[in-house]
Design a protein around this ligand. Structure first.
Ligand SMILES: *[C@@H]1O[C@H](CO)[C@@H](O)[C@H](O)[C@H]1NC(C)=O
Length: 142
């Protein structure tokens, strides 16, 4: 009986250590924040629809200077992918806004984008500025 209790305590210790390790892993990976701001200007709205394999954030209409933002934990397998369809009056595009294998060294926390007339700008966490990232795929009226 004493032996059984002893083994039970060891089992409990192993469980506690495992739980601590898993929560530590979550802390180390951290939340990744994606934000998309409509800075097209001239009163143009921007419609966005962002999704991942397991998550559909729905269609959103962003008026000037409004943004959509969400946060998530990247999965430990490094396969997390979020993509958005974006449409405004003079352009549209389909963009992968978070690809774990591509972005894990680029945006640790803030994968932010700014939509402008000539395309999307991406935020750089190190210098704190947005720089040109991708043009609109095409003008829907062309
Ligand atoms: C910030 O970093 C990006 C690269 O991530 C670079 O293209 C851009 O020129 C930098 N901006 C400034 C102001 O240093």
């Amino acid at each position: 009986m004493k032996m059984f209790n002893f083994n039970g305590n060891i089992l409990m210790s192993v469980v506690v250590v495992l739980v601590l390790c898993l929560s530590e892993a979550a802390v180390v990976l951290g939340k990744i924040d994606v934000r998309i701001t409509n800075e097209i200007g001239n009163g143009y709205g921007l419609s966005i629809h962002c999704r991942s394999k397991n998550d559909d954030l729905g269609q959103k209409m962003l008026k000037g200077n409004m943004y959509a933002e969400w946060a998530f934990d990247a999965n430990i397998w490094g396969t997390t992918l979020y993509y958005c369809d974006m449409v405004w009056q003079l352009g549209w595009g389909h963009y992968d806004v978070y690809v774990a294998s591509r972005d894990k060294s680029r945006c640790h926390y803030n994968c932010w984008y700014s939509a402008r007339q000539d395309g999307l700008y991406a935020y750089d966490e190190v210098n704190g500025t947005y720089s040109f990232w991708a043009r609109w795929e095409t003008n829907p009226s062309e």
